[in-house]
Write a protein that binds this ligand. Sequence first.
Ligand code: NAD
Length: 264
Amino acid sequence: MTDRPLSGKIALVTGSNSGIGLGIARSLAARGAAVALNSFTDRKEDHDLAASLAAETGSDVRYIPADMSDGADCRRYVEKAAEAFGGVDILVNNAGIQHVSPIPDFPVAMWDRIIAINLNSAFHTTAIALPMMRAKGWGRIVNIASAHGLTASPFKSAYVAAKHGIVGLTKVTALEAAGQHITCNAICPGYVLTPLVEAQIPATMKEYGKDRETVIRDVMLARQPSKEFATVEQIGGTVAFLCSEDAAQVTGTTISVDGGWTAL
Ligand code: NAD
């Protein structure tokens, strides 16, 4: 087996200039895939990041901006990436945001934005990528859900709804692609210490009236029996497994990377 088993494959990773998405992009590029790095920001740093990932991994990594809160832009991202690289083999729907608030106070615009970025974007990208994968006779779609795609927590109504939704979308996509050498699965991480998690610590401290260390130990990792955050490298490695031939019959399911959270 080659140490670059994804050579020749083209991977699109939404929301990949930071956190888990960047970890996934790095994992796929290190295994030889060409990667379309994405965010909505379109700054010089984003293009520089793609160049440095290309230099680090020896793979073709390019930054393609698109706003995953906008359905038409999601669709354009897949079209532009396919045009730039010559098709799509792997689609990782990772872009996501969070907001923590009780339901009566939950800002309506924030509800809509979370559903748009965390759920609707995956529908739009999949709608464009699936026919391209069918044309090639091979494909892998990996949706980054969450332990919150399988369980709930208070104050995270939009996020939990979107993540349960993406688990459902994963199953439907897998059924529609079955028998075509195209799989679709969801990864359900527990807490991974990324900018998204870092940003919700102050709001959670406020909701629970506790200090940072107590919130991390007793609230965030309360349901993660390992008492350790998962890492972006572990999520990247799980995506790489799902892209391998060993995983050809793994489809329509969820893989938890949550330190035992959903076993409780
Ligand atoms: P992060 O904030 O570090 O990264 C989010 C990424 O999404 C960034 O690259 C950002 O640029 C991108 N993004 C945000 N809005 C966008 C938009 N409108 N258009 C395009 N890109 C956009 O967060 P993260 O923790 O790495 O989260 C990544 C995914 O993993 C999310 O779907 C999140 O729900 C999921 N997840 C995270 C954890 C965790 O503990 N960190 C746990 C379970 C699931």
